[in-house]
Structure formats: structure tokens, C-alpha cells
Design a protein around this ligand. Structure first.
Ligand code: MG
Length: 366
């Protein structure tokens, strides 16, 4: 089987409402997504999506995906898309780094492997069954009352796990947010306080030793070494996200005892192939995982839900669905959808999501 054509669509994904992170430091109104169709000489086609979260969240941005594909895609024509390791090696030689560019290609090749073998991705990733995975709510930074109101609304919609975005300029307000939410959380529900790198180590140590909450704290500071410094001085479990890009970063996090859990996001790591390697490391290390993509439509979400479903129950916490926060749906009704706070990967071969655009691709490589 050989790749004969790679087609690229740019699609704007406006958010239902503006989303603020890191105490208002980062604000987002729409996402710039890139959809990729990989055609083969055997008539099997695969779909992938690379959707960074705006331009300011990570060293990644939408136009960069298309620029990177211009460099990578011509070199993949004639390659066997089922040879995932070889495909990734080829992309790495052609363009070192830039993982967010490669994730959509890698996703499309997994889709092809699934369709060619008649198996859904969760099976290829090693799962026994298509287990429903818990969906995380996503609570934008606000006053403690505003945030608690959003959590109660999410709870009424079926969410049992919540991701509350904190990390403001005022230390006292963050302490109030954590204490208010932690103490009022409905029975049986859990929350992760996601700081998104907003604190200095000094602020993190101060805040986390002032609160009685023992809920998860996510990415308190900018760098891995700052987070490792904080980890040894606070009583809460730490989850790392934005500071982890490569397998080496994860090994460094393990060696420095910097966390008890990690976020596994294919677009940040370079694709499903690499994200799956991180889950294997997490199994070995006993880390808890959240598995979800950085952003995107139900296509990227569903690919991540396949992977999440393959993570062992004892380390899988929850996943987040970006498409739930979008004002548009490029793949209506398809894929893993939120049903009362849970999402189940499709049983169809491959990812199980097939976009049908009524406008021509922005670029075609063949
Ligand atoms: Mg996070």
C-alpha cells in the first residue's frame, strides 16, 4: 500500500464563548484547525486533524501546521502509511521537531491501518473493549462563585470530573478559588486545579501550603524544573502538561519525581504513535493520565478517546472533548460524543469519523 495523495483543508473553529486561561493572561475566541486526508493506491483513505490551541498556548500555531506540511508531505508520497514507525522517522528527518505539524499525518495513517485491518483504533492500541471514558468539564477562570456555578451546571449535565482553570495575579484569590471549589464539590466528584504555568515557584509553594485541599494541581509553573522544585514542597498530587514535549522530558520528570500524573495530548507530542508510548511509560511509572487532544473537532477528539480507552482503568482519570466547546461541527453526529459525562470510542474500523467538505482543499500533494 502506498500514499498517493495528501490533501489539506484549513477550517476555523469558533469557540462557543471566549475562553480564558492563566488568570486572564491567555484568551481565545477561535481555533485554527487543519484537516488532512491521506489517499492510497488501494482506495483506502485516512483522516487526521492538527489543531493547536490558538497561537499563544504552546509553541505551535495553525499556519505553522500548513507550512510544515508543505515541507513534509511531498516526501511521504509513495510510502506505506501502515508503517507508522517508518512514517514518523521520515517526518523527523525531513523536519526535526514541530510535533504539532506531524500529529495529523500520524493520525491519518493510524486511520488507514485500522481500515486496512478492519479494526477500530482502540483495538490496535491494545484495548479489550470500547470502554466509555469519563469526560472532564472545563471551567474557565473567574471568581470563586462564578466557577462554582459552572461546576454545578456541569455536574447537572453529568460531568463527574472537573478541570478548574486558576492562576491569577492575586494569590489570595487563587487560595479562595481552591478552597471554595474543593469544599463545595458534590459528593463523588473530583476536580483538578489547572494553573497553566501561571505561578512562580514561590507563589505555588505559598498557595499550595495555605489551602486544605488535596485535589490534583496541574502545571503550576512554566518549566519542568520549577514544577519539580514545587513538588517536593507541597502536599498535593501534581499533574504535568505543557512542559512535556518528548519522551525524554517524561523520563526527566520521572527522574526528578516531578509529578504523579501527566496529560497525554497527541498534538503536543507529535501524534498518536508518540502519545501511546507515553501511556506505556505511565503504566510502568504508575502515573495517572488524562488523555485528550490539544484542540480540534470531534475527529481529533475521537482519535484521543480511542487512545484513552486503551489506557488501563487504574491509571485513566478523564478526557476532555474540545468539540463540545465549539460553535461549529465539521463532522456532525460522528465520533465519540459526550453522553452524560462519558464518551465511548466508535466500533467502526479506524477512527470512525469521515469528514465531507463541500469546498476544495487548500493544498494537495501528490
Ligand atoms: Mg492543562
Amino acid at each position: 500500500m502506498k500514499i498517493t495523495r495528501i490533501s489539506v483543508w484549513q477550517v476555523d473553529l469558533p469557540l462557543l464563548k471566549p475562553y480564558t486561561l492563566s488568570g486572564g493572561r491567555l484568551r481565545f475566541e477561535k481555533l485554527d484547525s487543519t484537516f488532512i486526508k491521506v489517499d492510497t493506491d488501494e482506495g483506502v483513505a485516512g483522516w487526521g486533524e492538527s489543531c493547536p490551541w490558538g497561537h499563544t498556548y504552546l509553541p505551535a500555531h495553525g499556519p505553522g501546521v500548513r507550512a510544515g506540511l508543505e515541507t513534509i508531505a511531498p516526501d511521504l508520497i509513495g510510502c506505506d502509511p501502515r508503517a507508522l514507525r517508518a512514517i514518523n522517522q521520515r517526518m523527523d528527518i525531513r523536519l526535526p521537531g514541530h510535533p504539532y505539524v506531524k500529529s495529523g499525518i500520524d493520525m491519518a495513517c493510524w486511520d488507514i491501518l485500522g481500515k486496512a485491518t478492519g479494526m477500530p483504533l482502540w483495538r490496535l492500541f491494545g484495548a479489550e473493549r470500547a470502554v466509555p471514558v469519563a469526560v472532564n468539564s472545563s471551567i474557565s477562570t473567574g471568581t470563586p462563585d462564578e466557577m462554582m456555578a459552572l461546576i454545578l451546571k456541569a455536574s447537572a449535565d453529568g460531568y463527574k470530573t472537573h478541570s478548574a482553570k486558576i492562576g491569577g495575579n492575586e494569590i489570595s484569590l487563587d487560595i479562595q478559588r481552591i478552597e471554595a471549589i474543593s469544599s463545595a464539590l458534590p459528593d463523588g466528584e473530583s476536580v483538578t486545579f489547572d494553573v497553566n504555568r501561571a505561578w512562580t515557584p514561590a507563589v505555588a509553594v505559598q498557595v499550595l501550603n495555605s489551602v486544605s485541599s488535596r485535589d490534583w494541581i496541574e502545571q503550576p509553573c512554566e518549566t519542568l524544573s520549577q514544577c519539580a522544585h514545587v513538588k517536593t514542597r507541597v502536599p498535593q498530587p501534581i499533574m504535568l502538561d505543557e512542559c512535556l514535549h518528548t519522551a525524554s522530558d517524561h523520563l526527566q520528570a520521572w527522574r526528578s519525581s516531578a509529578c504523579e500524573g501527566v496529560k497525554v495530548k497527541p498534538n503536543r507530542l507529535g501524534g498518536l504513535t508518540r502519545a501511546r508510548q507515553i501511556i506505556d511509560l505511565a503504566v510502568e511509572f504508575g502515573w495517572s493520565v488524562h488523555v485528550e487532544d490539544v484542540g480540534g473537532s470531534a475527529l481529533a477528539d475521537t482519535a484521543a478517546i480511542h487512545l484513552a480507552a486503551s489506557a488501563p482503568d487504574n491509571i485513566r482519570l478523564a478526557s476532555w472533548l474540545c468539540h463540545y466547546h465549539l460553535a461549529v461541527d465539521p463532522v456532525p453526529g460522528q465520533g465519540a460524543r459526550n453522553i452524560s459525562g462519558r464518551a465511548t470510542p466508535p466500533a467502526l474500523p479506524g477512527i470512525g469519523v469521515v469528514p465531507a467538505f463541500d469546498f476544495p482543499p487548500e493544498a494537495v500533494y501528490q
